[in-house]
Ligand binder design. Structure first.
Ligand code: FEO
Ligand code: CA
Ligand code: CA
Ligand code: CA
Length: 615
């Protein structure tokens, strides 16, 4: 299961949306207009025009050439058990699931055992960041030598263990060690990339000691009667990187790893557990059958589940530092986080909560990130958390999740509770339920984009979610007042996936998203594509709306994760769950043979002429 099929938001916000705002707005008219477009263009509303400026996006490359100039992968080529790439580009496969994180580590054997898996690349390759290493004054070295930090979101038992259910704690440990994060060193030698040894190489998984910081640190909601120390991170979906050189990994569908043995029939989900989707069987991983920590009905481990659902900061250059869960950023199903510096140098973080009818959030540090760091305070520990309300007229409001609000005071006793149950606080504030917010990205001109991947359960539209049901998703964008720190924004819809169907720009289920410094928007997909396509990577020109297909993956995979070298001439993306783990569909990265187990892996993409990626 790649996402949670349930609806956890039973608040009245969905009902409000149904009662209010039925009138046709400018927004829905725009969406309708787009529906008639038959070309690869989005219509005339570019980001620059929508916000009334001159579109003065800085272009790092050549003004004389169009932003996108490559020959696309044609619709007819983008299917089957092997990837396809633009004829102007080439790719190399690296770090498949099970490869040792150090060249000297244990080789992959299928199925893996728990001990080896803890020293091997995990499964479910997802968000990642390349951190360049520069030696002395050899500055270009950073383009061939770096730390790669990569999320391992999930792997089904059938894929990881070769069976549906674990039979032992050893099986559970193997599954747990396949999840988490890898920190590895990669270098380019003789034209190809490979792992290299480093004292900072490490695996972080479900049993790695972690620390908490921010308002919830030390709070009773994070303490268990057993007194067990805080361990691990799980369902690490997308990611972010901070201006101060650290990695942020985001815990998404953490609820699915918990279950309840409920031998004494005492466990019923609390209101809070229900809002976060905890259930007796979870997603079927069965960890709770052998590892008490994941048994919701075990009174010794009460509150263990509150230790998951956070943004976690990792230092890629110091393996002795524990991963730190930054509680000020709230607890929900964190898809990813886009970090930028706003007014007064404050850190601003945009975040999606990926579930049907859940919300988009923003965190703003209390002061300049630089100043806070000079005083030894993390900018991610002291600040304000907001949730988005999209109004029908194209304006929007950021509503603060603060215990000082009487609405929240009536429900919660302190700020720690507000943050731990951020979803419930957001319900009370009247946030806008969205069609599964996935990645966010900040463009240099100030536009923020967010993918809304789909929502098959929507029955009534609102202006920001204008399709019911929304089978194929859309991409929304907004611009905040006060250089990202303000409480208001103007928003618009950038792209509606179904409008591309039947054209050469066909895509569905947008998920991964990256705005480059020149005005390109990279779009990755996760879901059933139309027109016979596998999941894919596309590049949009945000000035013209044109979209071209750069890469397609393999049968039943997902394309996700995106990072580049500083010169933007090497890009890394991931093929996640090829064939959903079924070797009769694909054996990628091996050529098709019908039997070899397919393995999640990273794809290194370069232009054949050495040009900027996306051009
Ligand atoms: Fe892990 Fe919402 O994708
Ligand atoms: Ca996924
Ligand atoms: Ca995703
Ligand atoms: Ca997705």
């Amino acid at each position: 299961m790649s996402h949670d099929n349930e609806i956890s938001n039973k608040s009245s916000n969905t009902v409000f949306a149904e009662i209010l705002n039925k009138r046709l707005s400018r927004r829905t008219v725009l969406a309708g207009g787009l529906a008639t477009a038959t070309t690869a263009f989005f219509g005339s509303m570019t980001s620059a025009q929508a916000f009334g400026d001159k579109g003065n996006v800085s272009r790092g490359s050549d003004h004389k050439h169009p932003l996108i100039d490559f020959i696309p992968v044609e619709v007819a080529e983008g299917n089957g058990p092997m990837p396809a790439i633009s004829p102007d580009y080439q790719y190399q496969v690296i770090i498949p699931w099970g490869e040792p994180i150090e060249p000297s580590g244990p080789a992959f054997n299928y199925p893996p055992n728990a001990k080896d898996q803890a020293e091997q690349i995990g499964i479910g390759h997802d968000g990642m960041t390349y951190f360049p290493l520069k030696k002395g004054k050899f500055k270009r070295g950073g383009n061939k030598n770096g730390m790669l930090v990569i999320n391992h979101e999930f792997g089904r038992n059938t894929h990881v263990l070769g069976k549906s259910d674990p039979d032992s704690l050893e099986d559970v440990r193997t599954s747990q060690h396949a999840h988490g994060v890898s920190v590895i060193k990669i270098v380019k030698r003789d034209g190809s990339w490979k792992t290299a040894g480093s004292k900072n190489t490490r695996r972080i998984h479900v049993n790695t000691p972690v620390a908490f910081s921010g308002p919830v640190e030390g709070h009773e909601l994070l303490q268990t009667p057993n007194g067990n120390i805080a361990l691990g991170t799980v369902n690490n979906c997308s990611n972010g990187k901070t201006p101060w050189g650290t990695y942020l990994t985001c815990e998404e569908n953490f609820n699915g790893y918990f279950g309840a043995n409920n031998t004494e029939n005492l466990w019923n989900a609390t209101e809070e557990q229900d809002r976060y989707g905890f259930s007796e069987n979870g997603f079927g991983y069965g960890w709770h059958k052998f590892d008490r920590r994941f048994d919701l009905s075990d009174p010794d481990y009460k509150n263990e589940e509150n230790r998951f659902g956070w943004v976690v900061e990792i230092d890629p250059f110091d393996a002795t530092q524990k991963p730190v869960k930054r509680t000020a950023m709230g607890r929900f199903k964190h898809e990813g986080v886009a970090v930028t510096l706003g007014k007064d140098g404050r850190a601003v973080c945009y975040m999606g909560d990926d579930q049907r009818f859940d919300y988009i959030y923003k965190y703003v540090s209390a002061e300049s990130a630089d100043e806070m760091r000079k005083r030894g305070i993390s900018p991610l520990d002291e600040g304000s958390l907001y949730v988005a309300k999209f109004n029908e007229d194209g304006s929007g409001d950021w509503l603060e999740l603060t215990i000082n609000n009487p609405l929240l005071q009536a429900r919660f006793s302190d700020q720690a509770e507000v943050l731990t149950y951020a979803r419930i606080a957001a319900d009370l504030l009247g946030a806008t339920p969205m069609d599964r917010p996935e990645w966010t990205t900040v463009a240099p001109n100030g536009d923020v984009y967010c993918t809304l991947t789909n929502n098959s359960k929507r029955t009534v539209t609102d202006a920001a979610n204008p399709m019911a049901p929304n089978a194929d998703g859309h991409i929304i964008k907004w611009r905040d007042t006060e250089n990202h720190t303000g409480l208001e924004f103007q928003w618009d819809i950038f792209s509606v996936a179904k409008d591309t169907h039947g054209t050469e720009a066909s895509y569905s289920d947008p998920d991964g998203l990256y705005a480059d410094p020149d005005g390109r928007l990279f779009i990755q997909t996760d879901g059933g594509q139309k027109d016979g396509l596998n999941n894919q990577l596309l590049v949009a020109d945000t000035n013209t709306g044109e979209i071209r297909r750069l890469f397609t993956g393999v049968t039943k995979d997902e394309i996700t994760g995106l990072t580049m070298t500083p010169d933007r001439r090497t890009m890394f993306i991931n093929i996640q769950h090829p064939g959903n783990g079924d070797p009769s569909l694909t054996n990628f990265p091996e050529p098709f043979d019908g039997t070899t187990i397919p393995r999640d892996c990273t794809i290194v993409i370069t232009r054949k002429d050495g040009g900027i990626i996306g051009s």
